[in-house]
Design a protein around this ligand. Sequence first.
Ligand code: ATP
Ligand code: MG
Ligand code: MG
Length: 351
Amino acid sequence: GSVIGILGGGQLGRMLSVAASRLGYRCHIYDPSPEPPAGQVAEHVTTAPWDDAEALAQFAARVDVITFEFENIPTATLDLLEPLRPIRPGRRALSVSQDRLTEKEFLRGLGLQTAPFAAVNSADELALAVADLGTPAILKTRRMGYDGKGQARIDSAADIQPAWDAMQGAPAILEGFVTFSQEISVIAARGLTGEVAAFDPGENVHEAGILRETRVPARLSGGQRSDAVLLAANILNALDYVGVLGVELFVTKDGLIVNEIAPRVHNSGHWTQNGCSTDQFEQHIRAVAGLPLGDGGRHADVVMENLIGDDLNRVPELLREKDVAVHLYGKPEARAGRKMGHVNRIIRSER
Ligand code: ATP
Ligand code: MG
Ligand code: MG
């Protein structure tokens, strides 16, 4: 049997390992942190820094293919690994999605719509960009942001200096505020031989910048649904992508606007674990291992709810509920804002 190497050992790496194991593969996790959640289920774990050339070479020697569960893998790490084993998805997907500016330019280049944006490297440039794009607007660090961290909203001139200060000197991007009716995401996959399969778009609800809930089906017209899926396929093909990709979209009266892409399995795709015969984790493993993709068809309506921080206290009660699948990540402490697990509630239609 082959061994799949996974960079990053969080909950996504853990669920990828479970899916890989179901298909008869073994997993080897590489993560700098001492007790990563994925380490509890994978066969091997390497705990070493991202720039440890020797540890990376040993890791590569023990695996057949390398994938990752988060997009911020340092370039130096990729430089060391790339000559040794195939990395799927590849460099291009990572470099495009690691920087919000590069990402938006790439998406525009494909003819897709994004929020209006401007690169910002100083308080003066921010003032000019705000004058240009208007308010409200959102200032974001170009790199490393997640769960709404590294963002500041600007409603008036008085917010400009504090917003710039919040970036702590990091290169930033100003985005015009998009008025949307809903947020949706498409989770789609492309196989080694170029075939594409997409899951039904989900409708996402965020709270304080963190994903709270994903519902399928999303409230969309047939046209909007096919636009969303075609747009995701367009991105996958342009990147010569292998694996699962998440595309976050705003639904507006002027069509779909791409918020961001994630070159990996995605929180808003967790519903597939209980709504599809092939879930996003298995689909990703199939793609990177060079197997045929599974059918992305959906057999149930599902509401996925994240269990964040103290929500963990609700688990005993959730375990008693009918049609609720509980998924826990085995993280040691339930810090505020930390994703501890999720539940998939299967909605049965009344007959
Ligand atoms: P993630 O955890 O999904 O990676 P993130 O930190 O990269 O999040 P974004 O997805 O950029 O952050 O923004 C978080 C949320 O803030 C979005 O889902 C959306 O609700 C809101 N938001 C972000 N940018 C805009 C915008 N330009 N206009 C309107 N709302 C926005
Ligand atoms: Mg993001
Ligand atoms: Mg996002």
